[in-house]
Ligand binder design. Structure first.
Ligand SMILES: NC(=O)c1ccc[n+]([C@@H]2O[C@H](COP(=O)([O-])OP(=O)(O)OC[C@H]3O[C@@H](n4cnc5c(N)ncnc54)[C@H](OP(=O)(O)O)[C@@H]3O)[C@@H](O)[C@H]2O)c1
Length: 261
């Protein structure tokens, strides 16, 4: 049955950035498709996504593990914590946590450059490397292919304005996705990316609050609206499920038609 291709029943998905915005919708979407979710959060104080998943009533669970994505030492330990201390087998990793820093390039501070590169690229690499190694080691006991999904951006393809660190990191995410896919797709792991267009989340507060920029952006989007976090549920369930088993090293844009213009 085609519908069973999209089922994630019995799978475990690790999601970063799940407290709000796109990552929250992704975590809830994966749980709606049947996956148990491990939310990597910087603290346990944010409970909205965990509560939403536990309220679905389909038996899926939400486990919060604490890790600051800006702290390399903490990031290096987290997949081991999930797999060894908690004893979970990871089927799906979604690297969604991210930050934005805006400054004219000539004044861009080193500190912001380093933090953006750490959270938006190096941490994604470390988590993908460690989860990928775990997926390779547990291949025999896994029911289905391992799936790694990295959240990219339109500035994985374009340059953006006043966001050089974010652009460099998101270009890197696309390269990393292809590099990992080349090594792992013949070994039962798919690695793909999803590139959001302009999505109405906290990250875009500054753009949404600027009436001129907001109008200019809206006018350029063929669908005529900003995206919403719920627009990501379907595409991520697709990439996490058996429905996409021959799709790898690719990036799906979810942008209301922006890139085609
Ligand atoms: N919104 C867009 O238009 C857009 C466009 C292209 C790409 N994206 C990408 O989509 C992803 C999600 O974006 P969004 O708009 O949903 O962002 P958002 O609403 O600002 O949410 C960011 C998420 O990342 C988490 N996070 C950030 N720094 C962290 C850290 N040091 N440790 C742990 N968690 C951390 C946040 O946790 P806290 O709640 O603890 O802060 C939150 O869950 C990002 O990778 C972003 O680059 C977004």
């Amino acid at each position: 049955m085609a519908s069973s291709l999209f089922s994630l029943a019995g799978k475990t998905a690790v999601v970063t950035g799940g407290t709000r915005g796109i990552g929250a919708a992704i975590a809830i979407g994966l749980a709606e498709a049947g996956a148990n979710i491990v939310l990597i959060q910087r603290s346990t104080t944010s409970t909205d996504t965990k509560t939403a998943i536990e309220g679905l009533g389909n038996g899926t669970t939400a486990t919060v593990v604490v890790c600051d994505l800006a702290d390399p030492a903490s990031v290096k330990k987290i997949i081991g914590h999930i797999t060894v201390d908690l004893g979970l087998v990871i089927d799906i990793l979604v690297n969604c946590g991210g930050i934005q820093r805006r400054h004219p390039a000539e004044n861009f501070p080193d500190e912001d450059w380093n933090t953006v590169l750490q959270v938006n690229l190096t941490t994604c690499w470390t988590l993908a490397r460690d989860a990928g190694r775990h997926m390779l080691e547990t291949e025999a006991s896994r029911n289905g292919r391992g799936k790694i999904i990295n959240i990219a951006s339109l500035v994985s393809f374009q340059g953006g304005i006043t966001v050089p660190a974010y652009t460099a990191a998101k270009h890197g995410i696309l390269g990393l996705t292809k590099a990992l896919s080349n090594e792992w797709s013949s070994r039962n792991i798919n690695v793909n990316a999803v590139a959001p267009g302009y999505i109405a989340t906290d990250m875009n507060e500054a753009l949404i609050a600027n009436p001129t920029r907001s109008r200019q952006i809206m006018e350029r989007i063929p669908m005529g609206r900003w995206g919403s976090p719920d627009d990501f549920k379907g595409v991520v369930v697709f990439l996490a499920s058996d429905a996409s088993n021959y799709v790898t090293g690719d990036c799906i844009t979810v942008d209301g038609g922006w890139m085609g213009r």
